[in-house]
Write a new protein. Structure first.
Length: 98
């Protein structure tokens, strides 16, 4: 199996909310596939961040995942890359400035 290459990551900061949402991310994989609307939340404990992948709510109210990593290695790779990019922005602009 070939490794997924994350060729581009764009972070879209949002005004932090009481629910912990701090930004959205878009990733391009292998210069061929774009995934948008990955939500980045701060952890309730204040220790780090978590990613929430896009989902869709059906008419019957059921929510289904529309995109998610199939294995832990890929999930960890995406998480690490996105959080590193977010950390770069925080370091560059500071936590309070957007």
């Amino acid at each position: 199996m070939s490794e997924v290459v994350i060729s581009e990551i764009i972070i879209y900061p949002v005004k932090p909310s009481s629910k912990g949402l701090v930004a959205f991310a878009s990733c391009t994989f292998n210069n061929q596939l774009s995934l948008n609307s990955i939500a980045i939340y701060s952890r309730p404990s204040g220790d780090g961040f978590r990613l929430v992948y896009p989902s869709k709510q059906l008419l019957n109210g059921k929510e289904i995942s529309t995109f998610y990593p199939i294995n832990k290695v890929t999930g960890d790779q995406i998480h690490k890359s996105v959080i590193n990019k977010l950390s770069e922005l925080i370091d560059k602009y500071g936590e309070g400035r957007k």
